[in-house]
Design a protein around this ligand. Sequence first.
Ligand SMILES: [Fe+2]
Length: 272
Amino acid sequence: MGRLESGIMIIAQISDTHIALDTPDAEQRIGDFERTIAAINALDPAPDVIVHTGDIVHNGRQDEYAQAVAILATARAPVYVLAGNKDNRANLRAAFSACGYLAPDSEFIDYAVEEFPVRLIAVDTLSRGSNKGDFCAARARRLIGLIDAESTKPIAIFAHHPPFEVTVGPDPLNFETPEMMARLREALQHTGRVVASFSGHVHRAAAGHVGNITATVVPCIATTLRKGDYPAHMKRRPVYHLHRFDPLWGFATETRIVETEPSSAVFGGRRH
Ligand SMILES: [Fe+2]
């Protein structure tokens, strides 16, 4: 019996690649993204799917998306993307339209992926007005509709902004108002079938709960933007998460650190 037939699946989650072509660290951001996809391609067992939880690019520009699409085209596993606060819905949708899972005429970038043992639901928390998250009543209705569209499988939710307070940072609330985060938390608990929530945005590892739902944050792939304390030898090594679902035990999350070329930071200036 194959892994998926037994109900087991592996999700690779990456986030916050912030591709920008006009910044001094542009090459580093591209390299971090490329090395991460290469590392995921080399995994054994291979993941069933890769989810990018937003801030794919930094300025929402078409040329930035073209770069991101080219890098993601090298991935062996199918890729699904979300909108972060730095993304531009129209340009993101245009860049990834060929993938077929983004509705061309939808106001929001939210959708469900049905072909795995766990349903994957992408939530749109992008705000027009700020870098913080927005979750309006219309989006809550849409999320509840996506949850209700199937009644047997467990669900993993992907949302750029974490639906819990991240206390190690400048501001624990990552939504514009506490009411917006409360609205998302309430919708996530609708029917009890959501078993995990996976986010990005804060560029550091974090974990919390939404009722009985485990909620985690993956650090950013862009190493120059990463927050939190990491040893010097990790300075150029992106971090991503592998979420393995087992129908008996639920989700287990593993942190993966991408190998990188020997650098002067590691080897004292001499390349081996
Ligand atoms: Fe963000």
